[in-house]
Design a protein around this ligand. Structure first.
Ligand SMILES: NC(=O)c1ccc[n+]([C@@H]2O[C@H](COP(=O)([O-])OP(=O)(O)OC[C@H]3O[C@@H](n4cnc5c(N)ncnc54)[C@H](O)[C@@H]3O)[C@@H](O)[C@H]2O)c1
Length: 336
């Protein structure tokens, strides 16, 4: 039985606690939050769990094997660094850290101390994204031309990060996972409407090899909750609508071709194909449960997690480049 300490019991932390409680191989021993009312709430739900306002009580507890961090982004690095230094396996919510330098340090320390470091790129553990990966790897969509991803809603406003750092880590991690490659450059445009210092709407573009481009639109100001990704390939198109309770993926056998030869003007210039729409069957497993079970498996068998520190670093590289682009009038920024 692995003992877990969870730091941060705000909006997201309780989801980690609930799933660690449900996993057979883990026991939640302690949870921490600066806010006593959050701790009283957790104690009400799980009377046997110890609570503390000082996260160092978790880090210095020799009984604890795993530390899970669900605090604001600016605190991830410090807490994860201390936990890795204390020989804990560490699960950090997305984005893994607030800068490339911080993410690199965490990866180096995890390697030195032979501890597992994993980041909460939760969508990689959904059956929808896994199915999409299978479809793309089987070349069903053909050459991918572009990806358009929208993650819009009213709120939840963050105090310390803009909408790109808050929402786009999901889209970025999904796109990098699906494509298995990193972009060569990034560009971002965004504006602030509620808090003048923090962009609340933004569009990020990522340019990949062979002209493949991905657009990511993020907003805290939209009236509707939208989580939609469209992938357009040379053979087929795929639409992933995460807001749908079922039938989240549709594959459209639609396309357009420019005929190599044509004899009459009527044949010129393009031929359109309107084929079937396929809706793949998906299982209903809870992604956080799949994600945390995968973490435990990796701790037990030594494998690298799908969303390991390096995957966290790739996402932070793009976020940092996007931030630079925002600050320089949306100029393109290269990714090393
Ligand atoms: N994977 C996902 O789908 C997903 C979804 C939402 C949020 N998140 C991530 O989870 C993290 C937390 O987000 P949230 O929305 O729950 O934020 P939140 O503000 O609701 O909760 C953060 C909690 O951390 C506590 N905290 C802050 N500093 C602390 C410290 N030093 N010690 C102990 N507790 C401390 C705060 O009191 C608060 O209760 C962020 O990294 C966010 O990006 C991930």
């Amino acid at each position: 039985m692995l003992k877990v300490g969870v730091i941060g019991c705000g909006y997201w932390g309780p989801n980690l606690i609930r799933n660690f409680v449900q996993i057979n191989e883990t026991e939640v021993a302690r949870v921490a939050d600066l806010d006593g009312s959050r701790l009283r709430h957790m104690k009400g739900l799980y009377p046997t769990i110890e609570t503390t306002e000082d996260y160092r009580d978790i880090i210095t507890d020799p009984q604890i094997d795993i530390v899970a961090v669900a605090t604001p982004v600016r605190t991830h690095y410090r807490i994860a660094l201390e936990a890795l230094s204390a020989q804990k396996h560490v699960f950090v919510e997305k984005p893994i850290a607030a800068s490339v330098r911080e993410a690199e340090e965490l990866i180096a320390l995890a390697e030195r101390n032979e501890r597992k470091l994993m980041v909460g790129h939760t969508f990689l553990y959904t059956s929808a994204v896994r199915k999409m990966k299978e479809i793309i790897d089987a070349d069903e969509l053909g050459e991918i031309y572009y990806i358009n991803s929208q993650r819009l809603n009213l709120g939840l406003f963050q105090q310390d990060i803009n909408v790109i750092w808050d929402l786009a880590p999901h889209d970025i991690s999904i796109i990098l996972y699906l494509l298995g490659q990193e972009p060569h450059s990034v560009r971002a445009i965004g504006t602030s409407h509620i808090n003048p210092a923090i962009e609340d709407i933004a569009i990020l573009t990522m340019n990949f090899a062979n002209g493949l481009i991905a657009f990511i639109q993020s907003s805290w100001l939209d009236p509707d909750k939208v989580r939609k990704m469209t992938i357009v390939g040379s053979k087929k198109r795929l639409v992933y609508d995460d807001v749908q309770p079922t039938e989240k993926i549709r594959i459209y056998d639609k396309g357009v071709e420019k005929p190599a030869h044509y004899n009459t003007y009527a044949e010129f210039p393009y031929s359109y194909k309107y084929g079937d729409i396929i809706i793949p069957k998906l299982d209903g497993a809870e992604p956080i449960h799949t994600q945390l079970s995968h973490f435990i498996e990796c701790i037990n068998n030594g494998a690298a997690p799908i969303s390991d520190g390096k995957s966290g670093l790739q996402v932070v590289k793009i976020l940092e480049a996007a931030q630079r682009s925002l600050c320089t009038g949306s100029s393109p920024v290269s990714i090393e």
